[in-house]
Design a binder for this molecule. Structure first.
Ligand code: SF4
Length: 195
């Protein structure tokens, strides 16, 4: 998609290009968000949940998320399981073989933070975000396929808000509290009268 990104930047600078770009932009952002093919990077018990997600009961195909064993045909790497220092170069190489733009989901506590195996061992990576840019984190040991489904939907929102022209990217509303947000239930902080 690098050609599409270059085309977007070139059209943005061309007089009248903005009109073509608006339709092209909407179409590309929509199609990118609706066809997130997955690179399954299952290394431990969480991989069982990732495999279960591919079967008919959960039916991920309806979201356009199809697992492919080939990094060159995929958009999102789902890291499910413990990653050791020895595995790190292999995971990094597969990530580098994926074409741009690409995204990453860390599925389960081991992928998010090293999980229970980080402590008392020298060999476990404390979260795959030490060497990959993670877009969505899924907590749980193991998380269920429904949690992965939710992560794919969150990622779709994020991808659909991106644009082939960086200046047109739309902000994504976070569902998590941000620093400085009023605490939930704190009526005085939210501007109301305490009861
Ligand atoms: S998070 Fe739990 S289920 Fe997933 S790989 Fe780690 S130990 Fe296994």
């Amino acid at each position: 998609m690098a050609f599409v990104d270059d085309l977007g930047a070139a059209l943005d600078k061309t007089p009248g290009g903005g009109i073509i770009l608006t339709s092209l932009d909407a179409l590309i952002d929509w199609s990118r968000g609706k066809s997130l093919w997955m690179m399954p990077m299952g290394t431990a018990c969480c991989a069982m949940e990732l495999i279960a997600a591919s079967f008919a009961r959960f039916d991920f195909d309806r979201h356009g998320s199809i697992p492919r064993p080939d990094p060159r045909h995929t958009d999102v790497m789902v890291v499910a399981g413990t990653i050791t220092r020895k595995m790190e170069p292999a995971v990094k190489r597969l990530w580098e073989q994926m074409p741009e733009p690409k995204w990453c989901i860390a599925m389960g506590n081991c992928a998010v933070s090293g999980g229970i195996f980080y402590y008392d061992t020298y060999s476990v990576v404390r979260g795959v975000d030490e060497f990959l840019p993670v877009d969505v984190y899924i907590s749980g040991c193991p998380p269920r396929p429904e949690a992965l489904q939710d992560a794919i939907l969150r990622l779709r929102e994020k991808v659909s808000a991106e644009s082939i022209v960086p200046s047109r990217a739309k902000p994504v509303k976070s569902i998590l509290p941000q620093p400085g947000d009023p605490r939930k239930g704190d009526i005085a902080a939210e501007g109301g009268e305490p009861s």
